[in-house]
Design a protein around this ligand. Structure first.
Ligand SMILES: [Zn+2]
Length: 258
């Protein structure tokens, strides 16, 4: 079961004083990291000082797209888990995103390169619900976004709750429609059981901005979706460190650190 969502960072590509946008989804078993930008590994190493298992537990990484603020420290992270802890990480993403890792599954022994299981690839581009081996109660669905390069967000659900993280994207009703469809499948109405993190840019120039702006949000999304979303990926965004937990009795998400 999904237990919590932790905001590792919420900055955009130019917000070098902030941690890159990244989320940690903790389950009762292992953790899933969404995006691993150029300073995310540094941040996780910092957190590891007080939480020695945090990196060991991240067995899965979802990659939205190939910009540095989303994959800049991915390889370092994968090498660290493998060479320091002997652990293989499953990387989930579009085919192109996974091409970025081609050729890294090797190590040196007796001056020769031999194969090594640094990462395992899992392609999600087909947008069907899929499961990943050990996390059998949790389903994933990638959702195409609109950006200057191929990008996708993710919907993650278990039997009672939904999490949607948009990745970098302009507004596209793909996201709100998917939640509505999924709620029907789950036979639970979307509401307090649904947590939405959406890309946002305060530069309200929809025709030139590759991120979501106020104007395009209004034209693309129903009101319930706009009211529910937690905006991220901009300089004044202050959700870094927030931990969202789920109260199973009341079936609702709440912010732990308030
Ligand atoms: Zn970005």
């Amino acid at each position: 079961m999904i237990e919590s969502v932790e905001v590792i960072g919420c900055g955009g590509a130019f917000d070098t004083e902030m941690t890159n946008s990244s989320f940690l989804i903790n389950t009762s078993d292992e953790s899933i990291l969404f995006d691993c930008g150029y300073n995310v590994f540094t941040k996780l190493k910092e957190l590891e000082k007080d939480r020695p298992n945090i990196i060991k537990n991240i067995s899965y990484i979802i990659i939205s797209h190939l910009d540095d603020d989303h994959v800049g420290s991915l390889k370092s992270f994968l090498y660290y888990r493998y060479f320091i802890y002997g652990l293989t990480t499953t990387v989930i993403g579009q085919e192109k995103a996974l091409k970025f890792l081609d050729g890294i599954n090797k190590k040196m022994e007796s001056f020769k390169f031999v194969g090594a299981n640094i990462y395992k690839a899992n392609i999600i581009y087909n947008e069907l619900f899929f499961n990943i081996n050990k996390l059998d109660n949790i389903s994933f669905k990638s959702i195409s976004g609109i950006h200057h390069i191929e990008t996708s967000g993710i919907l993650i659900r278990d039997s009672e709750k939904i999490i949607l993280i948009s990745g970098d994207t302009k507004s596209t009703c793909n996201f709100s429609n998917t939640i509505e469809e999924v709620s029907k499948i789950m036979k639970v109405p979307f509401g307090s059981n649904t947590l939405i993190f959406h890309d946002y840019s305060p530069w309200n120039a929809p025709s030139r901005n590759v991120h979501a702006t106020d104007n395009c949000m209004r034209s693309e999304y129903p009101e319930w979706f706009r009211n529910k979303m937690i905006k991220y990926h901009f300089s004044t965004c202050n959700i870094e460190g927030n931990i969202y937990k789920f109260n199973s009795k009341e079936k609702k998400w709440y912010l732990e650190n308030t």
